[in-house]
Design a binder for this molecule. Structure first.
Ligand SMILES: [Cu+2]
Length: 176
């Protein structure tokens, strides 16, 4: 089985990102101070960020989707921010049946608003769904975690329901 890294390093774009990360790492090391030794008691990188994608995972646990209620900040302007996270799936813009063979597992989100017959895919891994211009009243957003071949992971769809207050202005800080 190919690892995720073996698959991704073939992409020139990703190579550029890796280069940028290398630069950051060097800079970070150069600025290390003795005070950073006090951070040893903090949780490890692996504990917080999960396993390394350089190593394939045998019997990877089932994927899981967590979706928060919308942030209240701009609901009264018709702006909906829904934070989400996943476990045991790497969200990436990699698609197709061959991508089902890699480990760690790949996937992305499908998003559907108010039972409309269409949805859109979000492989960005930005941790917040951002929508604007929703009219006042009740709404719901269905977030589905899908594999790289666009098939739903069983049980990993969440419906986030919310209400845009009357008088919402529908703004997003953009001028038409
Ligand atoms: Cu899809």
């Amino acid at each position: 089985m190919k690892t995720l890294v073996q698959m991704l390093v073939t992409l020139p774009l990703i190579a550029g990102v890796v280069t940028a990360c290398d630069t950051t790492a060097t800079r970070s090391e150069a600025s290390s101070t003795p005070a950073s030794a006090a951070m040893n008691s903090e949780k490890s990188a692996k504990e917080i960020r999960g396993a390394s994608p350089y190593v394939g995972i045998e019997n990877e646990p089932a994927p899981k989707l967590i979706g928060d209620p919308p942030l209240p900040d701009l609901l009264d302007q018709g702006v909906v921010w829904i934070q989400w996270r996943v476990e045991n799936v790497h969200i990436a813009p990699v698609f197709g049946k061959d991508a089902l063979k890699v480990s760690p597992r790949l996937g992305h989100l499908h998003l559907q608003v108010d039972d409309l017959p269409w949805w859109w895919a979000d492989p960005s891994n930005v941790n917040t769904i951002d929508m604007a211009g929703l009219p006042p009243g009740p709404h719901k957003v269905k977030i589905s975690l899908v594999n790289a071949n666009h098939e739903h992971f069983p049980g990993q769809s969440k419906i986030v329901a919310f209400t845009i207050p009357e008088g919402a202005t529908g703004g997003h800080g953009h001028a038409e």
